[in-house]
Design a protein around this ligand. Structure first.
Ligand code: CTP
Ligand code: CA
Length: 229
């Protein structure tokens, strides 16, 4: 099988990967969500397990994906549930990879019953901030723990993708940031399918974002190199 061809270089490593997009409920049948497919996080979990790691995958909402073989799978719906599951799983983890698309905000309250349409205009939805799980992980990082963040960035008039990404790496304080340059319209199309790996030690290198498992391999190679030093 393909797994036999992979190095077992992550043997003995305890790894947590979060994946997918959180859903923040408005009422029992509605939520605020995002378009994350979860595919990248699943590929990261699968690749780590194939390379010998002990893997816990904390999955928010994803498209239909097969459960990765040999991986502990924990489901989490909201950002707060994901936070609890990630913290519990990472207490004794060597590597935590936050590939999940965590909602920055959630509705201030969840209605107990389905919100009904009336003749009046609807009430506005009040949002409150969700906890920043990555920042919390960094704040309580244990010795020897490697923390990896993800960022999808576009350039704008003030700064390009790399400027934004370098600032985010500093702000977040994680060891590695996987940066996906996302295009917006034709002018940016050339940036699609490109990315960088930025490390807190100052290393910056381009990565191939073509296939999710190719990218997973590059991310684990970088984590392995970082931890070997
Ligand atoms: N993240 C998190 N908790 C949140 C939001 C984000 O742990 N509440 C993690 C993501 O899983 C990702 C990293 O932080 O690994 C960066 O997420 P991103 O949305 O790019 O960063 P933000 O700080 O939320 O900045 P932005 O304003 O660009 O959304
Ligand atoms: Ca965000």
């Amino acid at each position: 099988s393909r797994a036999d061809a992979l190095p077992r270089d992550l043997e003995g490593l305890r790894v947590v990967v979060s994946a997918g997009g959180t859903r923040e409920p408005l009422d029992p049948v509605r939520y605020l969500g995002n378009r994350s497919s979860g595919k990248q996080g699943y590929a990261l979990a699968r690749t780590a397990a194939q390379r010998g790691a002990d893997v816990t995958l904390v999955a928010a909402h994803t498209v239909a994906l097969p459960d990765p073989t040999g991986v502990r799978l924990v489901h989490a719906g909201t950002a707060e549930q994901l936070r609890d599951a990630v913290h519990e799983a990472s207490a004794d983890a060597d590597v935590v990879v936050m590939a999940a698309a965590v909602a920055d905000f959630r509705p201030a309250s969840k209605a107990d019953h389905k919100i009904k349409k009336t003749d009046r205009d609807p009430d506005p939805v009040t949002l409150v901030r969700n906890p920043d799980i990555l920042a919390e992980l960094v704040a309580k990082r244990r010795d020897g723990q490697t923390i990896v963040g993800f960022a999808a960035e576009t350039g704008d008039s003030g700064a390009d993708v790399l400027d934004h990404a370098r600032a985010k790496l500093k702000r977040k304080g994680c060891d590695l940031l996987v940066v996906n340059a996302v295009g917006e319209g034709k002018a940016f199309e050339v940036e699609e399918n490109s990315g960088w790996l930025l490390s807190a030690t100052g290393d910056e290198r381009p990565i191939t974002l073509g296939s999710k498992s190719q990218m997973a391999t590059e991310v684990w190679d970088a984590i392995h190199t970082l931890r070997d030093r």
